[in-house]
Ligand binder design. Sequence first.
Ligand code: G6P
Length: 641
Amino acid sequence: MLCLGFTQQLHAFCLNLKKIPALSFYMCGIIGYVGKNSATPILIDGLKRLEYRGYDSAGIAVRGKSAFTVVRRVGRVDQLAAAVAKAKPVGSLGISHTRWATHGGVTEKNTHPHVSSDGKFALVHNGVIENYQSIKKFLIEKGYTFSSETDTEALSNLIAYHYAKEPQQSGTSCFAESVRKSLLHVQGTYGIAVICLDCPMELVGARKGSPLIIGVGDEENILASDVSAFAMRTRNVVYLNDGEVVHIRPDGFTISTITQEEVAAVVQEVDWNIEDSELGTFKNFMEKEIFEQPAALENAMRGRFSDDGSTAMFGGLNLSSKELRYVDRILLCACGTAWHACLVAEYLIERYARIPVEVEYASEFRYRNAPIDKNTLVFVISQSGETIDTLAALKEAKRKGFRTLAITNSVGSSIARETDGGIYQHAGQEVGVASTKAFTSQILISAMVALYLGRLRDLSYEEGRTMVDALRSVPNHVKEILKQADYIKSIADRYAHFKDFLFLGRQSMFPIALEGALKLKEISYIHAEGYPAAEMKHGPIALICEECPSVFLVTGGEIMQKTLANIQEVKARKGPVIVIGPKHCREEIQADEYIEIPDVHDAVAPILATIPLQLLAYHSAVKLGRDVDKPRNLAKSVTVE
Ligand code: G6P
């Protein structure tokens, strides 16, 4: 975001923000276009950029002279693009959708857009219409017909029903009004884009729960789930808030709430690096993002150390040093890889700031109703800023009156707007579904938070300076480790045929072991488990055999000898051993494979140990011919409960 810091952005975003409870969501990406250009290529390009949000099926509807041309395909956007190339939809108004199915099977009939049975409206939708059965029953009685199993079709027909009831002075005025009236009857969540056959140059959108952003262009406007869909065309954006309806024409738009209050739009310029969404010379985004880590880590630190190099500084926490000194406990919440970052943060904050930390899965925390001390700070971590459970956990903590902070990579995301304060990662867009650069950047920022909080307590000036030096050296160390990519590939090539892996580490390396196992299983589909190295004896050791490699994460600190003993236990049972460990331990450790990481400060070792694990998972998946950027059944941003 240009010009604005986290605090100012939050302030801008929070204006007019209605607090509507989060429910469950479809994931998916949507994009709509109205303007002076042909809609089809813009929509297809946008869908390709949004595909990481879901990739079960995709569809497009373009308004032609007298009808919609609708093309829908099960499978990837490329399959839709091929069908669209044959159908050649012509028009300057259109909508499109890429789906991650939750409600209704992956079939062409369930693929969006959904056209109302009178043929007047086409609609794409993220969300769940919870009362769709009763709406559907009502509409069937009125003569509307349904051809899919989706809840979305109930909304397209409901809009048609309201439109038919309106006094038709001019189609133009009734369209947005019919959408608004329909939404008054909807229980659930939505991000929608709608077009009407009677209104050749109008697009209507609305949001409650799912993200929706207007891209403000030159004689054209775009509506999309996120900025990446249209950043090639415009960087001027308006973030819609929950409960708002937007009525868009090529030369402007008006926003109101569904209860008809006018909303003043705040147009913001986003700082978007187009190279982030282009592959360049890389084979896929995961590989590119692994190699972008030195830059992403530099960006996480830029301007965030004090002049004397003894502590970190954050502009957007919105908490004074005094307020932070009263924090007795920190509760960290997240999902997936970000949850692993929380586990590392727990270790770092407890060790360097001496503040007790608890880590919760956001999905558990939101329903667990756990007792929390009053001076607890609730801290969430989310790359996308849109993960539904993390967002709900944040809202739940706020509802109970706790101060909240967030680490997120997504400017203007729901979590960025909801939190009391926070820290942007500035890692650049992460497209690969498996998180890489966002994870290491989250750990680095966590280490900076530990340093900052520690320096407000007992961490000395000298210790602070040592830690700052260690943090500053991380990007160069990561560059050095990345030079071992070919060597790690050769290991992956030799081991990718194994069906089970164990990942083992102690203390701050335990969450890295969990992350290594997750990375491997999510993109290569090889079964892998992460475990505390010493705990292996209480169960997983039963798996050890010649066919089950163990990946050990070794730090050079005081527990090194303990981990070496665990390695011997595996070797004694003929288990193949891959070690990621410091250079100086190489001779001492009898491993089948040894990947060196530099001897560094304990606070940054987890970041460095992560890089070989990412490369190991990546090359194993490539060796097995997997779709690395779009692993089966997954989506980048999980917006369903
Ligand atoms: C999905 C992604 C993971 C990510 C998790 C949490 O499962 O595949 O890579 O870690 O969501 O996402 P967030 O955006 O909240 O960090």
